[in-house]
Design a protein around this ligand. Structure first.
Ligand SMILES: Nc1ncnc2c1ncn2[C@@H]1O[C@H](COP(=O)(O)OP(=O)(O)OP(=O)(O)O)[C@@H](O)[C@H]1O
Ligand SMILES: [Mg+2]
Length: 492
C-alpha cells in the first residue's frame, strides 16, 4: 500500500519496544510522540536513552512490540516497505561510505541510481555544503572513496551522507548526529548543511548539540526509554531542575556524560554490568545454518500450515519470502523432507549450465572405462608373444598396439572434458549460488542480522566456503566417485 501523497505527520501511540535479541529489556516504554509535518522535531537525551531506536522504528527496520506508529494517519506497517524507505532520507550516526566514487556514493541514495545525472549529484552536494571540497580534489566527483575514505574527516563523511540522503528529495529526513565531537569548522559546515535541508520537509534531528536547536523546533527529551519532557527550547529551559537543563549542563564533556557513554558501549558490547546481568546469553543451541539450508529450504518448501508467524511476518512485500524462509528454516529438521537429496533439487533448480555438466558426466563415465579396458588390451598384447606363428604374432600385436593407441586418445579427450566441463559447470554454479544467497541475505529484516549466528563474518563464510564446498561436491567429488564406480564395475 502506498500513500498517494505524503505529508510527513508521524505519530507514535503508546509504543513499547525491545530489541528481538534482548526481549526482556524495554528500550522504549509507552511512548507517545507527534512529529508534525514540514517542521523540525528534535530528540535529545543521554546516550542509550533510545533516540536512534525511534529512528529505526520510523524506517520500519524493527516493528514495535506494542502500540501503533502512524504516517499521515495510516498504520506504518501496512505501507509498502520500499516505498516507505524511498520517502525517508537517513543520515545515520555512523555513515557508511562504499568503496566507489563520490558520484556513486551520492547517487546510491536513489532507488534508480543508474539514472542519476551529474547535475543532480552536484545539486545535492551543494545543499550538503560539500561541493566545493569535492571540486578541489584532483579527480573531483570521480575520486574513489575506497582510497580516500579514511582520509575524510568525520564532518566530510557526514556531509557526503547528507548529500546521499538529499538526492532522493525525501519527504522525511532523519539526521542522527554522532555524539563524538566533530572538529569545529566541519561541525559548523554540517550545521549549515542541515539548515539547508530542513526546508519544506519533515525533519527529525537527533542531537547532542543543544546549541543548534532552533527556537521553534519541537523538542522531545528522552530518559531511559521514556519521554520525560516536551516543548520548545525556551519552554524546556524554564523547567527548574528539568532533564533538558541537566543535559545542557552536561553538554560540555563531563565525567558523568562519559560514564553514560561507557555504559552504552558496554550495553552494546553485551559486557555484563550490574544493570545488564539479567540479559540472557544466546542459546548455545542456536542453529548455525548453511548455504544449502537457506537455499534449498527456500526453493523446495512452502511454509508448514502450523508455522507460527511472529512479528517478522509483518513484512508483507519483497522481504516476505525471506521471512517465511526464516520461519521455516528449521522445517526440514523437524518434519521429514519430501525430497531426500536436497542437493539434487538445488542443482536442478539453480544450475544454469546443466548441459555442460551433463556432457562432463558422460565424459567421466567414458573415462571410467579406460583403465579396465586398457588392462584387458595390454594383457592381450602381452599374450601375443606366445603365438608361435610369426606373421600372426606381428598382425595381432599390431592390432592390440593400435587399440592401446586408441585408448590413449580416448583417455586424453575424455579426461580433458571430464575436468574442464565439471569444473566449469560447478564453478558457474557456485557463483550463481553466491549471487542468490547474497540477494536473499540483503533482503533480511534488520532483526535477522542481530542474531549471533547471522553475524557478518559467519554469513560471509557461508557465502564463500560453503559455496566452494558445494562446488567441490558436484565437481571433483562427484567426478571421482562416478569414475571410481564405473572403473570398478567394468573391471569386474
Ligand atoms: N541492535 C540492538 N540490539 C540490542 N540492543 C540494542 C540494539 N541497538 C541498541 N540497543 C540498546 O538499546 C538502547 C537504546 O539505544 P539507542 O541506540 O536508541 O540509544 P541512543 O539514545 O541513540 O544513544 P546514543 O546517543 O549513544 O546514540 C541501548 O541500551 C542500546 O544498548
Ligand atoms: Mg544513537
Amino acid at each position: 500500500f502506498k500513500l498517494p501523497k505524503i505529508e510527513g505527520n508521524i505519530d507514535f501511540n503508546q509504543i513499547s519496544f525491545s530489541y528481538p535479541s534482548r526481549p526482556d529489556t524495554w528500550v522504549l516504554r509507552n511512548i507517545d510522540i507527534h512529529i508534525p509535518a514540514y517542521q523540525t522535531t528534535v530528540f535529545v537525551g543521554e546516550s542509550g536513552s533510545g533516540k536512534s531506536t525511534i529512528a529505526q522504528l520510523i524506517q520500519r527496520l524493527y516493528e514495535p512490540d506494542e502500540g501503533l506508529i502512524m504516517l499521515d494517519g495510516r498504520e506504518l506497517r501496512i505501507l509498502n516497505i520500499s516505498w516507505l524507505r524511498q520517502q525517508i532520507g537517513v543520515v545515520s550516526q555512523e555513515p557508511v561510505l562504499f568503496d566507489d566514487t563520490i558520484f556513486a556514493n551520492v547517487a546510491y541514495g536513489r532507488a534508480d541510481y543508474w539514472n542519476t545525472t551529474m547535475e543532480e549529484v552536484e545539486d545535492a552536494c551543494k545543499l550538503a555544503c560539500i561541493h566545493d571540497f569535492i571540486t578541489e580534489l584532483p579527480q573531483g566527483y570521480n575520486t574513489s572513496l575506497g582510497d580516500m575514505g579514511k582520509k575524510l574527516s568525520g564532518g566530510q563523511r557526514q556531509r557526503i551522507a547528507i548529500a546521499r540522503a538529499l538526492i532522493k528529495d525525501p519527504a522525511i529526513l532523519i539526521l542522527d548526529e554522532a555524539s563524538s565531537a566533530l572538529d569545529t569548522t566541519s561541525d559548523l559546515m554540517v550545521q549549515e548543511a542541515l539548515e539547508n535541508c530542513r526546508k519544506n520537509r519533515t525533519t527529525i534531528v537527533i542531537t547532542h548539540q543543544l546549541k543548534y536547536i532552533g527556537d521553534s523546533d519541537l523538542v522531545y527529551v528522552l530518559h531511559e526509554g521514556e519521554i520525560v519532557e516536551t516543548g520548545t527550547k525556551s519552554q524546556l529551559l524554564n523547567i527548574n531542575n528539568g532533564y533538558y537543563n541537566k543535559l545542557s549542563v552536561e553538554h560540555s564533556p563531563h565525567p558523568k556524560r562519559r560514564t553514560h557513554e561507557l555504559d552504552s558501549i558496554n550495553k552494546r558490547l553485551g559486557t555484563p554490568t550490574s544493570l545488564q546481568s539479567n540479559i540472557p546469553t544466546p542459546s548455545p543451541k542456536a542453529k548455525s545454518f548453511t548455504t544449502l539450508d537457506f537455499l534449498s529450504v527456500d526453493l523446495s518448501i512452502t511454509p508448514p500450515p502450523s508455522a507460527t508467524f511472529s512479528r517478522k511476518s509483518w513484512y508483507l512485500d519483497e522481504s516476505t519470502d525471506m521471512d517465511m524462509l526464516q520461519e521455516t528454516a528449521t522445517y526440514p529438521k523437524t518434519k521429514k523432507p519430501k525430497f531426500q537429496f536436497p542437493i539434487l533439487k538445488l542443482i536442478r533448480d539453480t544450475m544454469d549450465s546443466k548441459p555442460l555438466y551433463f556432457v562432463g558426466l558422460i565424459a567421466t563415465i567414458i573415462n571410467g572405462f579406460v583403465m579396465p579396458v586398457f588392462s584387458f588390451v595390454l594383457a592381450n598384447l602381452l599374450n601375443t608373444y606366445s603365438i608361435p606363428d610369426k606373421d600372426e604374432l606381428v598382425s595381432k600385436s599390431r592390432e592390440f598396439a593400435l587399440y592401446v593407441l586408441l585408448i590413449a586418445a580416448i583417455n586424453g579427450i575424455s579426461s580433458h572434458f571430464k575436468y574442464y566441463l565439471l569444473e566449469r559447470a560447478s564453478e558457474r554454479w557456485a557463483v550463481r549460488l553466491r549471487h542468490l544467497g547474497f540477494g536473499r541475505i540483503i533482503r533480511q529484516p534488520q532483526s535477522w542480522f542481530d542474531k549471533p549466528e547471522n553475524a557478518t563474518g559467519k554469513v560471509t563464510t557461508i557465502l564463500t566456503t560453503d559455496t566452494e564446498s558445494s562446488k567441490n561436491l558436484v565437481g571433483h567429488f562427484a567426478g571421482n566417485v562416478i569414475f571410481g564406480m564405473v572403473s570398478l564395475f567394468v573391471g569386474i
